[in-house]
Design a protein around this ligand. Sequence first.
Ligand code: PBG
Length: 335
Amino acid sequence: MITPSQANYPATRFRRVRQSGATRALTRETLLGVGDLIWPIFVCEGENAVQPVPSMPGVVRRSVDMIAEAAREAADLGIPAICLFPYTPAEKRTHDCAEAWNPDNLSNRATRAIKAAVPEIAVMTDVALDPYNADGHDGFVRDGVIVNDETVEALVKQALSQAEAGADIIGPSDMMDGRIGAIRAALESHGYSDVMLLSYAAKYASSFYGPFRDAVGASGALKGDKATYQMDPANSDEALRLVARDLNEGADMVMVKPGMPYLDICRRVKDQFGAPTYAYQVSGEYAMIQAAAGNGWIDGQRAMMESLMCFKRAGCDGILTYFAPAAARVLRGAR
Ligand code: PBG
């Protein structure tokens, strides 16, 4: 708080406390730790497969047999959670999206592999139909319309199959109305009362998701945009109403997505509700930093650490970031 009694120059010189690393450390307001990181990873079919994602330099897709190794690496670095995104083969992308609740789909197999090998790491999963949908959308498309209530019924089946596979945190990213309440009720009635819901509550219709859609193979199928269900980037009050709604329906944690252009939303959400609040530093944000760093235009490591610290400063309790292992290594080295 700036008080009226703040003395004028030269009695007050703000540079005094900035003069050394020691006093900068003592006056630092925000801490970033390894415990703040959630690592999104991509899963693909095959064995021993590690496929680079061209639009996300440094990011790969891994087959299920390689996933446990990645989870072990993350846990050893102190990263508390991994978030799974499947690259579903084209023949399993259908109009009924049935692969989404197949107990043996890629995401569920990866969850079981991680929970068997590295039980201490939390597994977060993604609830939305887009990786399984021939139409590329997060919901069913009927006569050109993305239908809400029928989609919610499918999302409930998908969430239950993820809970059954052992997911600790379920992340609905689909932006259908009413899905948090429906999923929460189904989890309670099926004996999964401890499964957490991290709602992508304020998810914007953003151009920054482009590289992700390449990573999960959804770019080709998607016709049109997602503006009828994801938020208008111009809106802020609406984000608060969505967060209020999702907390009321049983979300344990909430997310703002994308991250960096939406830090004002993170701050408002944290101030208003005080709930566990996360930001997703999405694929396009990652790609921008990596592209600029790769060209020698910015210092990639510093930009990475600065961007993550700024999420904490904006009120976030944690960050989903493709930089998680790299940032964890920096944080551990700095100790
Ligand atoms: C889709 C989903 C998206 C992301 C996570 N889940 C893309 C979209 O909404 O089209 C984006 C993540 C990223 O860009 O890193 N359910």
